[in-house]
Each structure stands twice: as structure tokens, then as C-alpha cells.
Design a protein around this ligand. Structure first.
Ligand SMILES: CC(C)(COP(=O)(O)OP(=O)(O)OC[C@H]1O[C@@H](n2cnc3c(N)ncnc32)[C@H](O)[C@@H]1OP(=O)(O)O)[C@@H](O)C(=O)NCCC(=O)NCCS
Length: 325
């Protein structure tokens, strides 16, 4: 799997991103975001796949005319823009209000994924959801398409906000309110300054039965990790407690390796494994073009997750070896 290159511009913009309603004056800025995403798409998907997991042609993207009409608030189309005042636009979201159906339909959301700008894409969606009460709508729906890996990112973006469904995400505003109490999962790198999370992570992957046991036994391995962190740990936390982990590393010959993907049994089936994998791939994207992992050939949940993320079987032994290239 080839990953997009890092965009410094997007990172800088995100430092003080604000959300506002789009107007016709934003056409050039939005067209740039659109062109940038299309450019990346063409570089990284130059050959091979041309349909998404739903069988629809990709890239599916709004036309410039549709963009223009949303910015002009014509045909009930609206646009929200994320970007710092006077700076480049980081993300936009196009939506339509269907009063008869009491529905807000998201028609376009760019960038679908780009380093850094993913947060802006989330911020613009949050803004829409926060202001839903002011719109004549009870339901939000979105049908966005991309390749497996991209839709994984989209699921993460929308799933974390209470959307559910397959490729065509839907959300009742009412169930969104009910969902507000659902524990929020945060996926982040394990920091050296957070030893408790390190012990917790070891318990999560099943190496120790309790944090106390882990604390006693892992201190040496943690110290070694501090001196030369051979592997980066990605952890998923709920209410501050580690519920899942994955480790990533790059070998001397530039091969990315991924191991220790593990979600606590009571937290499985909620998108945490996918979120961890997305973060792990994101972490590796600037360091390697190929990622290897081993999985037992009867481990259906893991195999299906890896396949959905674009991995392909490379080699069979007692385990299956997957590669992302
Ligand atoms: C594999 C594992 C990490 C998945 O984590 P998870 O949080 O339950 O997975 P998610 O909820 O994010 O599901 C993501 C995808 O995984 C696959 N998946 C998850 N559980 C599945 C199951 N029981 N059966 C089939 N596929 C499953 C699906 O493709 C799913 O996508 P979908 O929801 O669109 O169908 C988890 O089952 C686990 O920790 N297993 C034990 C450790 C392990 O085997 N790790 C892999 C080592 S190589």
C-alpha cells in the first residue's frame, strides 16, 4: 500500500482552524482542496482498482458546478468551511437539507483523507452536528465512497460520531443524543512519559494478568524501550484505560512491520481494531511503502480487517503473511 506524503501546509493551517459558512468567495479555495485531493488520488491510485468496496466507481467527487451551487446556497445546498481566517481552506463539507424527509444529506466532504487535514474534516462535521438543532431535520445521512483503506478512515471519522451502517452512513439525530454517553475512544501513540499506559498495554495484549504484575515485570522492558524504542506503540483508550494496542516498526531494509494488534475482549466489535490499524498505517506512511504482518490462517476477524485495509496474502506457512504493497 502506498501512502500519501505528509503535508506540512495542512498541519500549519490546523493550528487555529475555524468553521464558517461557505460563500461564493470560497470557490477558488475549495477548488484547490478538491484538486489537491484528486491529485493525490491520481498519484496513489494510478493503476489497478477503480471501484470501491460497494462496487461504485471511484473517485466519486462533486463536480465544480455542484461545489459552486452549494457555496451559493442554491437548491438548498449549503457548505461549511474549515480554515484559519485569511489562510488556505483546510476542509469543506457540502450538505443539502431535505425538509420533506427531515434529513440533512452530506453531499461532499473533502479532503477524504490527508495527513493533518483529517482533524479539519472532523471539525467541520462536528460543527454541522452541533448545529443540527437549528435545522429542520432529524436525520443525517452520508454516502461517501473510496477504496477500502479510505473508507476505513471515513468509517472512523463518522463512526466516532455515532454514524452507523455500511458505506452509506446514517444517523438519527435522536440516536446521536442517546449515543452521547457512549465512551469515546481515543487512539494515540504511547508516550514515554506515560508508564501506567505501558503497563496497561502489556496487560491488554495478554502478557500479564494485572497492572501490578505488569508493573513489576515490565519495568526492565520499559526502560529498554525508553533507551531505544524499537517499536512504536499505538494505544486505544476509553476513559483513560487502554483497551487495545498495536505495535509498529520499520526494519533496517525499510520494511514496515505491524504486530500485537489486540483489542480487549469486552471492547471488540466497536471499531477499535480498525481505528488502531488506521493509526498504525498513518504512523508508517512516511517511513515505508510496504508493510508486513503475520496472522494465523484461522483468525477470521483479523484477516477480514487486514483485507479491508488493502492487505494481500503474500505467503502461507503455519501463519499467513500479509503485505500492503
Ligand atoms: C482482530 C481484532 C483486533 C479486531 O478488533 P475489533 O475492535 O473487534 O474490530 P473492529 O470492531 O474494528 O472491526 C473491524 C473489522 O474487523 C473484522 N472483524 C471484527 N470482528 C470480526 C468477527 N468476529 N468476524 C469477522 N470479522 C470481524 C471486520 O472486517 C470488521 O469490519 P466490519 O465491522 O465492517 O465488518 C480483535 O478481534 C482481537 O483483538 N483479536 C485477538 C487478537 C488478534 O487475533 N489479533 C490479530 C493478530 S494478527
Amino acid at each position: 500500500m502506498v501512502m500519501p506524503k505528509k503535508s506540512k501546509v495542512a498541519e500549519n493551517i490546523l493550528m487555529n482552524v475555524t468553521i464558517r459558512k461557505g460563500t461564493s468567495d470560497d470557490l477558488a479555495g475549495c477548488t484547490d482542496v478538491r484538486a489537491d485531493w484528486l491529485g493525490r488520488f491520481q498519484i496513489f491510485h494510478a493503476e489497478g482498482e477503480c471501484t470501491c468496496p460497494a462496487g461504485l466507481p471511484v473517485p466519486w467527487i462533486e463536480t465544480i458546478d455542484q461545489l459552486r451551487s452549494h457555496l451559493a446556497t442554491a437548491d438548498r445546498g449549503h457548505a461549511l468551511i474549515a480554515g484559519a481566517p485569511g489562510k488556505q481552506i483546510a476542509a469543506y463539507l457540502l450538505y443539502q437539507i431535505n425538509e420533506d424527509r427531515g434529513e440533512v444529506v452530506i453531499r461532499g466532504h473533502q479532503p477524504k483523507w490527508r495527513d493533518g487535514a483529517f482533524a479539519a474534516a472532523g471539525a467541520v462535521l462536528d460543527h454541522l452536528l452541533d448545529h443540527l438543532g437549528q435545522l429542520p431535520a432529524r436525520r443525517v445521512s452520508v454516502a461517501l465512497h473510496g477504496f477500502a483503506w479510505e473508507t476505513g478512515m471515513l468509517r472512523m471519522l463518522y463512526g466516532a460520531r455515532g454514524f452507523h451502517g455500511n458505506l452509506r452512513f446514517e444517523m438519527l439525530s435522536r440516536s446521536f443524543n442517546l449515543d452521547a454517553g457512549r465512551p469515546k475512544v481515543s487512539v494515540r501513540m504511547l508516550e514515554v512519559s506515560d508508564p501506567e499506559a505501558f503497563y496497561d498495554a502489556e496487560v491488554t495484549v495478554g502478557r500479564f494478568g494485572s497492572a501490578e504484575e505488569s508493573r513489576d515485570d515490565c519495568e526492565m522492558s520499559r526502560k529498554m524501550w525508553l533507551v531505544a524504542p524499537a517499536r512504536d506503540w499505538v494505544i486505544a483508550c476509553v476513559h483513560g484505560q487502554v483497551v487495545g494496542t498495536v505495535r509498529v516498526a520499520v526494519t533496517r531494509n525499510q520494511i514496515g512491520v505491524l504486530d500485537g494488534l489486540h483489542v480487549r475482549e469486552d471492547s471488540r466489535g466497536k471499531g477499535i481494531g480498525r481505528a488502531l490499524l488506521c493509526k498504525a498505517l498513518h504512523t508508517l506512511k512516511d517511513r515505508t511503502n510496504v508493510i508486513w504482518l503475520d496472522v494465523d490462517d484461522d483468525n477470521e476477524p483479523a484477516i477480514s480487517l487486514y483485507r479491508a485495509a488493502g492487505f494481500r496474502i503474500q505467503h502461507y506457512s503455519s501463519t499467513m503473511q500479509f503485505t500492503s504493497a
